[in-house]
Ligand binder design. Structure first.
Ligand code: PRT
Ligand code: ZN
Length: 210
């Protein structure tokens, strides 16, 4: 038996469930439940907040998970990744108010930057020799410059319309992300075999879509 953790409700949920179904795995309705069991594959599905998924898989509470690389890498467990899934593509970007001068990442030296990704951003800035004051906030990062909390932000972007709507300009791509399958490091040989079957099916689903 394998336990797979997926996001309960959010941007990853629908595509995660669709992928499991496209792998030929059937399960009963998932609404209002915290877990469900597949009827034709030894799989239990847990529904969690995406931020909790890397830690649960790291600790073996769940054997597998589907999560964005942004959340996985920020949590510090990039090695759990076993398969890229090709959906929920987005980027983590730095942005500044449209009217502000910006030459390069060095322009951020000594500035206040609001983000929910202090670890990924901190490494990126350090790699460019830039020291800045990072303000970690968990949501509504885009409004930080307009309320005077920060001179720049670093947040997830997909279409860019949220930045535009908040008078911000994307200036650097810090990290590119997509959804990935992750696995706990101590699977039994039987579980490892089931994971391989699952990955084989996932790869076939992706090939069929190309
Ligand atoms: O409740 P829970 O904690 O589970 O969910 P959540 O609110 O933390 O996450 P959710 O559902 O918003 O996103 C889940 C994952 O989807 C993220 O971790 C990313 O890997 C991926 N993803 C893909 C995105 C986006 N696209 C995205 N556009 N996550 C967030 N956004 C947000 C972004 O933060 C910004 O506010 O959408 C806005 C920007 O979108 P655009 O299109 O205007 O650029
Ligand atoms: Zn979350």
């Amino acid at each position: 038996m394998l336990r797979l953790a997926i996001q309960k409700s959010g941007r990853l949920s629908e595509d995660s469930l669709a992928l499991i179904r496209e792998c030929g795995i059937n399960f009963l309705s998932t609404s209002y439940k915290l877990k469900t069991e597949a009827t034709n594959f030894p799989l239990e599905i847990l529904f969690l907040r995406d931020d909790d998924i890397p830690g649960y898989v790291k600790d073996g509470v769940a054997d597998l998970g589907i999560v964005g690389q942004n959340v996985l890498v920020e949590a510090g467990y990039p090695n759990l990744e076993v398969e890229t899934l090709g959906f929920s593509k987005c980027r983590l970007s730095l942005a500044v108010p449209r009217a502000d001068a910006y030459a390069s990442v060095e322009s951020l030296q000594g500035k206040n930057i609001a983000t929910s990704y202090p670890n990924i951003l901190g490494r990126y800035l350090a790699g460019h020799g830039v020291q800045a004051n990072l303000h970690t906030i968990s949501g509504s990062v885009e409004i930080a410059p307009s309320i005077g909390l920060a001179e720049a932000i670093c947040d997830i972007v997909s279409s860019g319309s949220t930045l535009l709507g908040n008078g911000l300009r994307e200036v650097e791509t810090v990290f590119r992300s997509e959804a990935v399958l992750i696995a706990q490091p101590n699977l039994t040989p039987e579980q490892q075999d089931l994971l391989e079957q699952l990955q084989f099916r996932m790869q076939a689903v992706r090939r069929a879509k190309r």
